[in-house]
Structure formats: C-alpha cells, structure tokens
Design a protein around this ligand. Structure first.
Ligand code: HEC
Ligand code: HEC
Length: 328
C-alpha cells in the first residue's frame, strides 16, 4: 500500500521534473544564450524601470509579447525571432491574450498621450475596452507643474476637480511601451519597399499604354475597413467620431471630404501636430504612417474614410499615394 503510493507520488514527481526541464527550463536557457538579432536595442535604465512596473502591475497576465507566424498575428508585427528576446530576460512572452500582443506596440501606437489616457482609463479612448484602469499610476493636482503636460482626459472620465498628471511609474511604463519596437529582419524586405517596387511597375506600363490611366483600380473596401480598425480607430473611433477635444472626428472632416486628396495623403504619410481643426487644437499628435503602411494600404484606408460615416469624396489609388510620397 505505502509502496504503491510512493510509486505514484515518486513517478509523477519525476515525470513533472522531466517535462518541465524539457519544455521550459532547457528552452529558456537556450533562448537566453541567443545573441541579439541585428538592430535589436537594449532598454535604457528608465525603460527597464518601466518594465518592472509592467511586471508589478500584472500587464503580462493579459498581454503576450510573442508574434506567431500565423495569419491572425500579422496585425501585431512580423513573427518573433529568438534574437528579439536578448535584452528581455526573463522573457515576458506571456500565454494569455485577453488584450492585443504588445511586441510592436511602440510602432503601432506611438502616441504618448494616447498611452497615458488609455492607462488612466482605457474607456476614454476605447469605449468598449475591458482592460482595468490604472489610476494609481497618476496624480490629480490643482495645476500641472511647468514641465509636465496634463493628460487630456475627456470630461466623462476626468476627476471632478484638478488635472491628471502621470506619476513616475506611469512615465517609466509608457517609456517602456514606446520602446517595444520590432527591428526589421535582414531577409524580410519591409512591406513598404515591396509595395513600392510593385507599384513602380504599373506606373511604367501606364506611360507606354496611356489607356491604363483611364481605368483607375477600385480600392479594396474590406481591406480598408480592416486596416482602419487596426491603425486608426484607436484614436479616431471605429465610427470616425473621434474623442471630443482629444482626437478629431473624421466624419465630415474637410480634408477627408476634399476633392483633391493631396492633403489627406500627406497627413497619413507624415502625421500632423498643432493644426486647429474646426477651432480645436489637439494636444495629441497624429503619428506618421509612411514607414508602416504601403501605398496600396494607405489608398485602401483613405478609400474607407472617404466613403464611410456620411463622407462622400473621390477615392484614390496606390499611384496617387506614390506620387505624394515621391514629392516628400
Ligand atoms: C484584465 C486584462 C488586462 C490587463 C491586466 C491589462 N490589459 Fe491592456 N488591454 C486589455 C484589453 C482587453 C485590451 C484591448 C482593448 C483596449 O484597447 O483597451 C488592452 C489594450 C492594451 C493596449 C493597446 C493595445 C493595442 O494594440 O492597441 C496597451 C498598450 C495595453 N493594453 C497596455 C497594458 C498595460 C501597460 C497594462 C498593465 C499596466 C495592461 N495593459 C493590463 C486587457 C488587459
Ligand atoms: C494616436 C492617435 C492617432 C492615430 C492612431 C491616428 N490619428 Fe489621425 N489624427 C490624430 C490627431 C491628434 C489629429 C489632429 C492633429 C492636429 O490637428 O494637430 C489627427 C488628424 C487626422 C486627420 C485630419 C487632418 C486634418 O487636417 O483635418 C486625418 C484625415 C487623420 N488623422 C487620419 C488618420 C488615419 C487614416 C489614421 C490611420 C492610418 C490615423 N489618422 C491615425 C490622432 C491619431
């Protein structure tokens, strides 16, 4: 009887030890020994403090930092490579994806203001979010100190009195989030270069057969909707309504509805800051997308904006984007 129990307990303990060594400890040791991939940067001291806040606040319970080589992971970046983790030991790869993967969040959501608003209360930028608020990373003060910009929390989420300013932990955490950027793999040509190369061909063909110019390609509406959701909706809202006083609405926006699309394309390529739109100056800035989106992708997004939420404006093609990009 005792002998039987001992065999079961001993056997299962041994099996547990063998499996955890094979599946977790050895791969972990091997991964930690991989040298950094080309372009993979170490974190600064401040960013490392932010990483500690990330661990302490349990962000990794809901967010992975590993992009799988799967179609559904494409919106998070390129597939992760062993060399990506050289400066992230112990790795925060995570296993639960209640929220999006954060491997490349510094590229995908580069606005510091957005990150602060989202941490203070995720509902202030993503109304349907189930992510918890982290108000204890912030302070509510009567007046922001000279060198600190208050977080432009929308009225519905703002404290009744005073302004919200980020505390030291929030500042470090956001510095860490903005440093999470994937270095391009040497053998994977950036999407932009590939798109530019393929866009160059039809343009050449068009100069030989001018008839091609008269039949502009229709934009891909489904792709435009998907790309807008992944790149723009966090600030401008899925319905193009924006966040009052914080991010401008695109429904009814004059630039979006202008017949000449040059300014619209320029804003998406180069970003925008400090322009008063409809009498409102925005503290946040519109990030640049020139490096992250191909000409065809920008044409699809702009097509979506120009035909949605009551907007009626001519759509554009990848060639129009290429022309504006070339002038830069
Ligand atoms: C209970 C689960 C949960 C926890 C804990 C959590 N998040 Fe989230 N997070 C989510 C969900 C769900 C979303 C998607 C909705 C949204 O944008 O708010 C999200 C979105 C995000 C995004 C935007 C991602 C994108 O692709 O736009 C960032 C950045 C983020 N979280 C950072 C953090 C940080 C930093 C912490 C810790 C301080 C944290 N989260 C803790 C669930 C969580
Ligand atoms: C991090 C938040 C954020 C994201 C993401 C974002 N924008 Fe913006 N966008 C802004 C802000 C802020 C402004 C206003 C900037 C200003 O006036 O200084 C703006 C302005 C605009 C305008 C109006 C320009 C004008 O002159 O009236 C357009 C069009 C636009 N964005 C399109 C896009 C598209 C397309 C995407 C996605 C590819 C996108 N935005 C993603 C924050 C964002």
């Amino acid at each position: 009887m005792d002998y039987k129990l001992l065999t079961i307990a001993g056997g299962s303990t041994l099996l547990y030890l063998v499996l955890s060594t094979l599946m977790a400890i050895l791969p972990g040791i091997e991964l930690s020994a991989v040298p950094p991939g080309p372009g993979v940067k170490d974190f600064t001291l401040f960013e490392q403090q932010g990483r500690d806040v990330f661990v302490k606040e349990g962000c990794a319970y809901c967010h992975t930092q590993q992009v799988r080589p799967l179609e559904i992971d494409k919106i998070f970046g390129r597939p992760s490579a062993p060399g990506d983790f050289a400066y992230s030991t112990p790795e925060l790869a995570g296993s639960e994806r209640t929220g999006p993967d954060l491997t490349n969040i510094g590229e995908r959501q580069s606005s510091e203001v957005w990150q602060y608003m989202h941490l203070y209360n995720p509902r202030s930028v993503t109304p349907q979010s189930v992510m918890p608020s982290f108000p204890w990373l912030f302070k509510v003060v009567d007046k922001a100190p000279q060198d600190v910009k208050p977080v432009p929390v929308p009225k519905a989420y703002a404290p009744p009195h005073g302004v919200v300013v980020p505390g030291p932990d929030a500042q470090a955490l956001v510095a860490f989030l903005l440093a999470l950027k994937q270095a391009p793999l040497p053998n994977s040509a950036p999407a932009v270069a590939v798109a530019a190369a393929s866009a160059a061909k039809p343009a050449q063909a068009a100069t030989i057969t001018p008839a091609a110019d008269k039949t502009p390609l229709a934009f891909d509406a489904a792709n435009g909707l998907k790309l807008f959701a992944a790149n723009c909706a966090a600030c401008h809202g899925a319905q193009g309504a924006g966040v009052p006083g914080v991010f401008p609405p695109l429904a009814g926006n004059p630039v979006v509805n202008a017949a000449d699309p040059t300014e619209h394309i320029t804003v998406v390529l180069n970003g925008l800051h400090g322009k008063a739109i409809d009498g409102t100056t925005y503290a946040a800035e519109m990030p640049t997308f020139a490096a992250h989106l191909s000409d065809a992708e920008i044409a699809d997004i702009i097509g979506h904006e120009r035909t949605s939420w009551g907007n009626h404006a001519p759509t554009i093609t990848a060639k129009d984007v290429a022309a504006v990009r070339a002038k830069k």
